[in-house]
Design a protein around this ligand. Sequence first.
Ligand SMILES: Cc1cc2nc3c(=O)[nH]c(=O)nc-3n(C[C@H](O)[C@H](O)[C@H](O)COP(=O)(O)OP(=O)(O)OC[C@H]3O[C@@H](n4cnc5c(N)ncnc54)[C@H](O)[C@@H]3O)c2cc1C
Length: 312
Amino acid sequence: MGLLDSALAKSVGFMPRALVRRVALKYVAGERLEDAVSEVRKLNLAGCTATIDLLGESISNRQAAVASADTYLTVIDAIVEKKLDANVSVKPTHFGLAFDPELFLHNARRVARKAAENNVFVRIDMEDSPFTTATLDGYRKLRAEGFENLGVVLQAMLRRTPTDLRSLAELEPKIRLCKGVYREAADVAWQTREDVNRAYLDLLREALPDPRYKMAIATHDDALVEGAERLIRQHGLSRDRYEFQMLLGVKPELRKDLVSRGHRVRLYVPFGLDWYAYSIRRLRENPKFAGYITLDVLKDPKSLLGDPSAGR
Ligand SMILES: Cc1cc2nc3c(=O)[nH]c(=O)nc-3n(C[C@H](O)[C@H](O)[C@H](O)COP(=O)(O)OP(=O)(O)OC[C@H]3O[C@@H](n4cnc5c(N)ncnc54)[C@H](O)[C@@H]3O)c2cc1C
């Protein structure tokens, strides 16, 4: 990361909200469920599947946690009614994990049940490390209750992940492997790109050929995509044993290349009013983009008045 980029990465938290709204245009389907539906339709036509995420996290009251689970029930209805090739991704703290693990389980169970009745898969996203154990415990508990339509996420950056991967094997889990987006301390997480990439490839090397795991390779990193493709070829893995996953708005050329090379590709499609924290995280990952927007806005300050859901 260059000096200017790293300065921009540090300053994104101070960006005016209107500026961040412009970022949401790239990474978020829109504010309404209809926006997500139309984005998923476009992706399905382009040969991709999707996972729909209702934006929001770290909810601090019961009512809001229940309401977010209720919204997921309507997302599942939409997937079925509109015949979308899509599933859903849920965040544990959006269902109340931060203040009531039982409430998280209750909400996740409601969503998993409705999803199972409609043949829809539910991915439990992974948040920062204080929630890792509780999230994995919740996943195990719901699997023990018979919900087969559930998957979880592991973060290559966490030092504990190889142990977690092995401890889940007997459940024949569906795992999304990502680098991990949260800032973590050195005693719990690898800190350099080299170390995180090495950890990621080691995990893939272990899990991809093992038929107990079904892996979703969630990355836009060319080196990791190449490494994954090498392993897939080497072990002669069929398309139903793995999939690639990418975020909406990030490296669409890579997505098209993966589809044209015959892989299944799933796009993470967020929607909802709560686009601010999500867009800030994406900006931190890609400060170059923050620079382009800043230049754009300096050229045309009136663009700050734009509507993030317009034009998608
Ligand atoms: C489908 C999916 C689901 C995810 N779920 C989770 C989760 O549950 N928990 C979690 O902690 N993390 C999750 N992540 C985020 C993940 O952990 C990484 O933070 C993120 O994917 C960036 O890492 P990378 O592997 O793409 O590699 P990077 O090295 O960060 O990026 C590789 C290249 O991709 C491009 N790129 C990356 N990010 C952006 C961006 N925002 N804008 C434009 N270009 C970009 C850049 O060209 C960059 O050089 C998810 C990611 C994906 C794809």
